[in-house]
Design a protein around this ligand. Structure first.
Ligand SMILES: [Zn+2]
Ligand SMILES: [Zn+2]
Length: 265
């Protein structure tokens, strides 16, 4: 599986991704400039506080870019279905193509996606078998970054000592209160939204049920035998190494090869 770029043409989705990138950029630019660097220079915070902020920010951006440009598990035009797997395939009545069971047709992307979870406008892509792990990482790092930003905003309001060496004529310090309030507002929205989304994603993985299956209340899928949590998470992340579940700089190798052929697109 090479590093191919999957790009969904949807102007509404581009606006949603643009908004997320804007929130990321705003906080990654202003928070260190306004809080971390000045307080570091005056000895109120350590260098590790700055490193952790930039690392969380980097991991957040990489997982966002990768989740939105990764192939979610698109079914190829003429799939070669192994004889032993025929019974696990069905015909899609929207695109008239054969697809493995548990696939779903996305009307926004106009194709079928293997083990599709949902179409997410905020990444302008489907969340399917091949990019679900990146979507989970995005939820995790966005939560971490917004929680850290909220903590810094709170400390700047109520805890940190006043700064003495900053130049009050600079834009960031002149409009400090407005910038902080905007950051806090965005932080609360992002943290609240991401916590809810992450929780529903985790329960979905633990019960081996996709969001679409949950919404359609499919009894057959709900009564599927429970697997140990380590196995369901390993299947989503494509590795049993738990440390790798947190790393967005890698390629996912599918652990289970039934229901579809190993060398898909
Ligand atoms: Zn289809
Ligand atoms: Zn889609």
């Amino acid at each position: 599986m090479g590093l191919s770029i999957h790009f969904v043409v949807d102007p509404q989705g581009w606006c949603c991704v643009g908004l997320i990138v804007f929130i990321w950029f705003y906080n990654t630019f202003f928070i260190p400039k306004l809080i971390l660097f000045p307080h570091f220079e005056e000895g109120h915070v350590s260098a590790s506080a700055i490193w952790v902020y930039y690392l969380a920010s980097l991991f957040c951006l990489i997982s966002l870019l990768r989740a939105s440009t990764a192939d979610p598990g698109k079914i190829p035009e003429s799939p070669k279905i192994p004889l032993t797997e025929r019974e696990y395939w069905e015909l899609c009545n929207k695109c008239n193509m054969m697809r493995p069971k548990r696939s779903h047709h996305c009307s926004r992307c106009r194709h079928c996606v293997r083990r599709m979870d949902h179409h997410c406008p905020w990444i302008n892509n489907c969340v399917g078998e091949d990019n679900h792990w990146l979507f989970l990482q995005l939820c995790f790092y966005a939560q971490l970054l917004s929680a850290y930003t909220l903590l810094l905003d709170f400390c700047q309001y109520y805890y940190f000592q006043p700064l003495h060496t900053v130049n009050g004529d600079l834009f960031v310090f002149k409009h400090e209160l407005a910038l902080l309030r905007t950051s806090t507002f965005m932080g609360i929205i992002m943290f609240g939204g991401m916590c809810g989304l992450f929780y529903t994603q985790l329960t979905g993985i633990l019960t081996d049920t996709t969001t679409i299956e949950k919404m359609s209340n499919c009894c057959e899928e709900m009564s599927r035998p429970r697997k140990p949590w380590q196995q369901t998470f390993s299947e989503v992340f494509g590795t049993r190494w738990k440390i790798l579940w947190f790393i967005p700089f890698r390629q996912r190798q599918p652990l289970r090869v039934s229901y579809h052929f190993a060398n898909h697109v």
